[in-house]
Ligand binder design. Sequence first.
Ligand code: 5GP
Length: 217
Amino acid sequence: HGRSGGIVMNDDWPGYSLDLFSYPAHYCGDLDCVFIPHGMIMDRTERLARNIMDDLGDHDIVVLCVLKGGYQFCVDLVDRIKALSRNSNRTIPMRVHFIRLKSYLNDQSTEDLHILGAEDLSFLAGKNVLIVEAIVGTGKTMETLLMHVEAFRPKMIKVAGLLVKRVPHNAACLPDYVGFEIPDRFVVGYALDYNEYFRDLNHICVISESGKMKYKI
Ligand code: 5GP
């Protein structure tokens, strides 16, 4: 529908020096750069909320938050939609449901994808569903999830993804709402983890080689 693929971060974007921002001291030495500062994420999220409101205003929606990485984006996006709902005549009544996907070990995608909390999604039948995901890489995860959700016959499914990676074999299906298009680098922060670390970091950052070593399983 003519919507953009988000803010494009080019392959040669070096990020910002860590010295220009504040971040938890316990991650000192574990990061290469601040790739997307927290404020920028919030500004982009505010606009995504408006786009969603423009498209879906006056529809009831079920927000399907994909844990764990999607929790912060989901909270902030729902918050902005709520703000728009109370400040205009159009509103979106929302329910929020949580499911958990797991497929990564270290920084590598594994073949077997586990969906938890999605055993019975029959309440989605006839509903408008907004899937909220932090990041789409190859798109395999999203594809699997979409197939799973479609089986419960919702009226409509839209996907909001904060980050979409430019990877060699990008799947055909992209989110309807994209925050940022980023190079194929492993990023952490803003609830995105590396073996459960870095969720407590506000900015989206690139992990350093020593950081990878330090938290490797
Ligand atoms: P895909 O199936 O699209 O290749 O991978 C999607 C999933 O892999 C995401 O839901 C996320 O859990 C994980 N993932 C992909 N790239 C990154 C990344 O750069 N950082 C983190 N923390 N997770 C990633």
